[in-house]
Design a protein around this ligand. Structure first.
Ligand code: GDP
Ligand code: MG
Length: 318
């Protein structure tokens, strides 16, 4: 690895925004496998025990996700001193850009030197789940630097499989009696997020109705899945600055970090399919077992290398 790359990574670890942006651009460029291999091996050695939390924030456009994230930033600086967070917005209409989150009512402008919070927006390629092929790596990289990585995606909880796989917690943001809530209820209980947020609770009457409807819907879950703990419902209002503290408290105290093995498997399957089509998938019937230290950041690279080798071998035979 070149001195320049090492410097880029070291600067990134300090939260230097320019360096982080450069690494992300390199990750996002085609044929970044070698670069990724280098940086993730380096990062694994550098701080293999870093335990970061990825939080998915999903909901229909207009539910208030960006506005909520703006408020979360504000509270975060107060409630989690010394900690760092990043936001990745995967939304073609994202109002997060450069150093600011722009909402109609919120405008968070961070000081240039504020290294505790980093924003990035990624154009969605309208893939199922709203993630583009590099999102996974970008988030993995950010996770090695930031204590919390928030991912904002558009969706209503049905086509959000990818984002919930990447996240340790996923929140579904609903607005009071919006069509999305009805949609969620119709869609049944296939994809239940870890938690709900009913935003815009300044609309008190509607919000209460919404809350009770959702509670009732979720209580059916208890009958169907008796061992499942019901997801909590948070009530927030960006306008009234209500409920944000409780929400952030829940995130900060959240204990479970999902194991990252399944996520790497899913992502590698996507990658093989993309590089080699169904043909690729068919010649790799079984992915190799994860190494004992499956927490290692570069598990994906280990798999990716093994798979590439297998495919090369196969190509020789044919
Ligand atoms: N009344 C009310 N409006 C809100 C609240 N949060 C966001 N909004 C408004 O809802 C609209 C959509 O917000 P935005 O954050 O862009 O939603 P996103 O598409 O989910 O990211 C904007 O006009 C916001 O000002 C809230 O708590 N109460
Ligand atoms: Mg938004």
């Amino acid at each position: 690895m070149t001195k320049d790359t090492i410097k880029l990574i070291e600067d990134s670890m300090l939260g230097e925004k320019y360096a982080i942006a450069q690494v992300i651009s390199k990750i996002e460029s085609p044929n970044s496998q070698k670069f990724r291999n280098e940086i993730f091996s380096y990062l694994t050695e550098r701080r293999s025990l870093h335990n970061s939390l990825t939080i998915g924030i999903t909901g229909t456009p207009g539910a208030g996700k960006s506005s909520l994230l703006g408020e979360i930033c504000r509270e975060f600086l107060r409630m989690a001193p010394g900690k760092k967070m990043a936001i990745v917005a995967i939304d073609p209409s994202s109002n997060i850009s450069g150093g600011s989150i722009l909402g109609d009512r919120t405008r968070i402008q961070l000081p240039r030197r504020e290294n505790a919070i980093y924003f990035r927006s990624q154009p969605s390629q309208l893939e199922l789940g709203g993630l583009n092929p590099y999102t996974y790596h970008v988030i993995r990289f950010l996770r090695s630097i930031f204590d919390y990585v928030f991912v904002e995606t558009v969706g209503i909880g049905q086509n959000e499989i990818s984002v919930s796989l990447i996240s340790d917690i996923s929140f579904l943001v609903l607005q009071p009696l919006g069509g999305d809530q009805i949609q969620f209820m119709k869609s049944g209980i296939m994809e239940v997020p870890e938690a709900f947020i009913i935003n815009k609770c300044d609309e008190i009457g509607l919000a209460n109705n919404s809350f009770h409807m959702l509670e009732t819907t979720l209580s059916f879950l208890k009958d169907v899945l008796p061992n499942q703990t019901l997801p909590p419902i948070f009530k927030t209002s960006v306008v009234k600055k209500m409920g944000i503290e409780e929400l952030l408290q829940f995130i900060i105290l959240y204990p479970n970090r999902k194991d990252k093995v399944n996520e790497a498997r899913t992502q590698i399957q996507k990658w093989i399919k993309e590089e080699y089509g169904r043909f690729g998938l068919s010649i790799v019937p079984k992915l190799p077992n994860p190494p004992a230290d499956s927490k290692s950041l570069n598990y994906f690279e280990i798999l990716e290398t093994l798979v590439s080798e297998k495919i090369k071998q196969y190509a020789k035979i044919v």
